[in-house]
Design a protein. Structure first.
Lengths: 108, 141
């Protein structure tokens, strides 16, 4: 499953500098140190946080994309930052749980 | 033996939202050196946690990353309040960070544990009222 492949399943692109990245797992969390400690490289990271530290953590933890749950939006500045840092960001109106269920089916 | 490569950064204690610039720069530099992605990931996460700690608790400090032949050494030095109880600070979930930091997604009490998790060795020298120096190493072999 690639990041851009998610666009066919109800996810909206927020920033997609590298849509060809592979998703090989999922991590859900809003506390950034938990994400850095537990998320694996190439995971899709589901969160409701939307500050610039999210972009930094996604970059350092090397997740394949950030998925903003519950319709959370990113400011234009952060969209630009995500593009500059090569961080894919998608959004969904669904809850983190519903997104995880969708991804579970897609990654199976 | 060739000279070690050193990257130095001043971590700005005033600017919380831009914290991470040093670790992001280190990540880029290590990538240019062609190091394995998992090594780069471990070094940059450990450094980011340290950088965040210096901003939250110590009003900034100095960060040095030294690329040796057999390891990458990260030295984070601050002139902050020092760590009162290191074993408590090393416990997952223990935090003295203020509430405004938590609203940004930090302050979960996972900073020092993550630094230990992602490095092969970690040494903390701290003195109350004087400062803290943390030295971490990630082995390359």
């Amino acid at each position: 499953m690639t990041v851009e492949g998610l666009l066919e399943h109800g996810f909206s692109p927020v920033a997609m500098p590298d849509g060809s990245r592979t998703i090989d797992g999922v991590y859900i969390g809003d506390l950034l140190s938990w994400v850095m400690g537990r998320a694996q490289m190439d995971n899709a990271w589901i969160t409701i946080m939307s500050n610039n530290n999210v972009i930094a953590v996604a970059s350092l933890a090397d997740t394949s994309c950030v998925i903003l749950a519950e319709g959370v939006e990113l400011s234009q500045d952060l969209k630009d930052l995500a593009m500059a840092k090569d961080i894919n960001v998608l959004s969904s109106p669904k809850s983190a749980y519903e997104i995880a269920v969708t991804l579970s089916g897609l990654l199976a | 033996m060739s000279d070690a490569l050193v990257f130095h950064f001043d971590v700005d204690g005033e600017n919380f939202t831009s914290a991470g610039q040093a670790s992001t720069a280190v990540k880029r530099n290590l990538r240019q050196l062609g190091l394995p992605p998992e090594i780069i990931r471990r070094v940059s996460i450990a450094m980011y946690e340290g950088e965040i700690n210096m901003v939250i608790h110590a009003n900034g400090g100095d960060a040095d990353v030294i690329v040796h032949e057999d390891c990458i050494e990260i030295i984070l030095a601050d002139k902050g309040p020092g760590i009162k109880d290191i074993s408590l600070a090393m416990q997952e979930g223990y935090s003295t960070a203020p509430d405004n930091i938590r609203s940004l997604g930090f302050g979960a009490g996972m900073g020092l544990p993550n630094m230990k998790r992602y490095t092969d060795s970690m040494n903390i020298e701290t003195e109350l009222g004087v400062g803290t120096t943390i030295t971490m190493k990630v082995n390359l072999t």
